[in-house]
Design a protein around this ligand. Structure first.
Ligand SMILES: Nc1ncnc2c1ncn2[C@@H]1O[C@H](COP(=O)(O)OP(=O)(O)OP(=O)(O)O)[C@@H](O)[C@H]1O
Length: 614
């Protein structure tokens, strides 16, 4: 998967953010604009008030006129102040929240539906980590672009209004103030560059910290940590990574601090010089007292507007850049066919043939393909067993057949049509699967079997499937039976299932789905011998009228299949019935002999009879 996509331009990100807020709640943007306008009017009225008071006193106006002028100003202040509070309330409450909720929803949808191959790829995970940093909360910069824009607008308007007052006193003051702001901008640019340059590394370090955290937190990792005494080793690695992360964060914080210091220092020099000049004008009677007070206040605030422009444009640029991270992540395309696809074959009680033509698969960044040149036709209703050494590519092969991976060479067809042409979700309806890594969902046992909400669950069928998979006794022994919750982390009263029980539950889930193709990846690896033998005994019943693909390391158990495929060297090295492969005397026969060594002669033939298929 290509990880780097051209980053979005600043304008594109601003337009995107504005669109997002406008669609969700137009009032938010109206309030942002209102906040900027009132935000500049309010202090302006504030600094105008003393001038009006002084001018009126100097002109010795009638008391009624004086009170009216001051009263109007006070009323204006009160109205503006209330309007500003209202606008701020709306923007503070909505801006970050609208953005974060929208992005969280889209990213959750993406996680739930994204094509599996991309979901699994490390490149996608890294993009997710970067985006995750930018989506940490409703206060994160990327979520607050309209607010930064509003603040920037406020400062630009303040700059222009107050600038007009100051220009009236002397245009050079503006030039002087603007040059000092330019110097300040340079200092902030440096800080922003440090932040930008270190973002990739900081994101990677955060990813590592997250991984170590999870490994220490999850019971599966915690068990090994204790038994292998990994506390010291992992603690050391954690400290190193944390140290490196702190170094980077420190670098960014130091850059920010230097920029702020230079801002404070420059402000002091700048305002001091401007005030000195105003005092000089007053002492020489070149300015009225009212105008002196107004200009004095304007210069004080002008510096604030200038540094506001510098700071908020810098913040806005940072936010824009982080929004790019989110958009790049959300824009990773789902390559699977989620639109209207080719109609699924209908009309036969048996599922259609699955054909692999010269199919192969190379994992991203792998030097050599895991599988290549696979030619195979799985006939309707056929029972196929796949065997082979660890890492031979058995699971990869079934993931290809399931459509979870797209072949990197050749093609896979169902009923003569490339499986990529079927709608992905419709194609999945054909498959009942049990993989090695079993995931339990935080609902009750019945829901875990039906994979449906309670109102759509057929409880009678759930009980039948639990009986077929051999979990009925366990479930019936629970106080709430199949209504017992699973996943303790979510439900306090949940039960914990053993590895074998989970496997039985996964089998019940596959049986409940009752799809025409059943794919089992070592479904009995964690079962006790009696439960395992029971599954073998019932295999014909469980897969009746279906195509079945069955991976197992227990070679004796594959004898009840119509055909056995031995995967080796990235392809199908041997193919045939058990007897054919034994007669051929190849790798399968060798593996079988090695394994049967551990069984008494009678055990194998016992299985043979038990399957009632040989
Ligand atoms: N997500 C992945 N990314 C990269 N390589 C992978 C990935 N999954 C598996 N592989 C590699 O592909 C090869 C085949 O793996 P696969 O899981 O298909 O083997 P298997 O025959 O099912 O093994 P086992 O019997 O141990 O379950 C292995 O060498 C493995 O390292």
């Amino acid at each position: 998967m290509s990880q780097e996509k051209a980053a979005y331009s600043a304008w594109s990100n601003i337009a995107y953010s504005m669109r997002l807020h406008w669609r969700a709640r137009p009032m938010t943007l109206i309030c942002c604009a209102g906040s900027a306008l009132i935000g500049v009017a309010l202090p302006f009225v504030n600094i105008l008030m003393p001038k009006i008071v002084i001018d009126n006193l100097a002109a010795r106006v009638a008391p009624g006129e004086f009170i009216l002028a001051v009263g109007v100003m006070a009323l204006l202040l009160a109205v503006l102040s209330s309007a500003k509070s209202y606008a701020d309330l709306i923007t503070n409450e909505s801006v970050g929240t609208i953005s974060i909720l929208s992005h969280l929803q889209v990213s959750m949808r993406k996680r739930l539906h994204m094509d599996f191959e991309v979901l699994e790829s490390p490149g996608y995970a890294k993009l997710g980590e970067k985006a995750g940093r930018a989506m940490q909360s409703n206060h994160s910069p990327a979520s607050n672009i309209p607010r930064f824009l509003s603040q920037l607008l406020l400062n630009v308007l303040g700059f222009l209004t107050y600038g007009a007052i100051i220009i009236n006193v002397h245009p050079l003051i503006i030039l002087f103030l603007a040059v000092s702001a330019g110097v300040n901008w340079l200092a902030l640019s440096r800080a922003r560059k440090i932040e930008k340059d270190t973002r990739e590394d900081r994101s990677k370090l955060q990813g590592k910290l997250g991984y170590i955290h999870r490994a220490a937190k999850e019971p599966s990792g915690g068990k090994d940590m204790r038994l292998y005494n990994l506390g010291g080793l992992f603690g050391g690695i954690f400290r190193n990574v944390l140290g490196a992360a702190e170094d980077k964060e420190h670098k960014v914080a130091t850059g920010d601090m230097k920029a702020q210091l230079s801002d404070a220092l420059l402000s002091l020099i700048r305002d001091g010089a401007a005030y000195a000049y105003l005092i000089y004008l007053l002492l020489n009677d070149d300015i009225t007292l009212g105008n002196f007070v107004l200009a004095f206040a304007a210069i004080g605030a002008f510096a604030g507007w200038l540094s506001g422009i510098v700071t908020h444009s810098s913040e806005l640029l940072r936010a824009i850049s982080e929004l790019s991270d989110i958009r790049v992540y959300l824009d990773v395309p789902d390559r699977s066919n989620t639109g209207p696809g080719h109609a699924l074959p209908a009309g036969s009680s048996l599922p259609p043939a699955i054909t692999l033509k010269n199919a192969g698969y190379a994992y991203p960044d792998a030097e050599t393909p895991t599988l290549s040149g696979i030619d195979l036709e799985i006939k309707p209703g056929e029972r196929i067993a796949i065997v082979g050494a660890n890492g031979a590519g058995k699971t990869t092969l079934i993931k290809l057949i399931c459509g979870l991976y797209r072949p990197t060479s050749g093609e896979i067809m169902l009923g003569g049509v490339d499986i990529a042409r079927y709608n992905r979700d419709e194609y999945y309806t054909l498959l009942s699967t049990v993989f090695q890594d079993i995931h339990l969902f935080c609902c009750d046992i019945a829901g875990n079997v039906s994979q449906q909400s309670p109102d759509r669950t057929d409880y009678r069928k759930v009980r039948e499937c639990l009986a077929l998979s051999g979990l009925a006794d366990k479930v019936n022994g629970l106080e709430k039976g199949e209504l017992t919750q699973l996943v303790r982390r979510v439900h306090n009263d949940a039960v914990e299932l053993s590895g074998g029980e989970k496997q039985k539950l996964a089998l019940a889930r596959a049986l409940y789905k009752d799809a025409p193709v059943i794919i089992l990846d070592e479904p009995t690896a964690a079962l006790d011998p009696i439960a395992e033998s029971e599954i073998y005994r019932r295999y014909a019943e469980l897969t009746d009228g279906k195509t079945s693909i069955y991976i197992s390391h227990r070679l004796a158990s594959t004898r009840f299949c119509d055909r056995i495929l031995l995967i080796d060297g990235g392809g199908i090295a041997e193919c045939g019935t058990h007897d054919e492969l034994m007669r051929a005397g190849g790798k399968y026969a060798e593996m079988f002999h090695v394994q049967s060594h551990y069984y008494k002669e009678g055990d194998v033939s016992e299985h043979e009879n038990a399957f009632n298929l040989a």
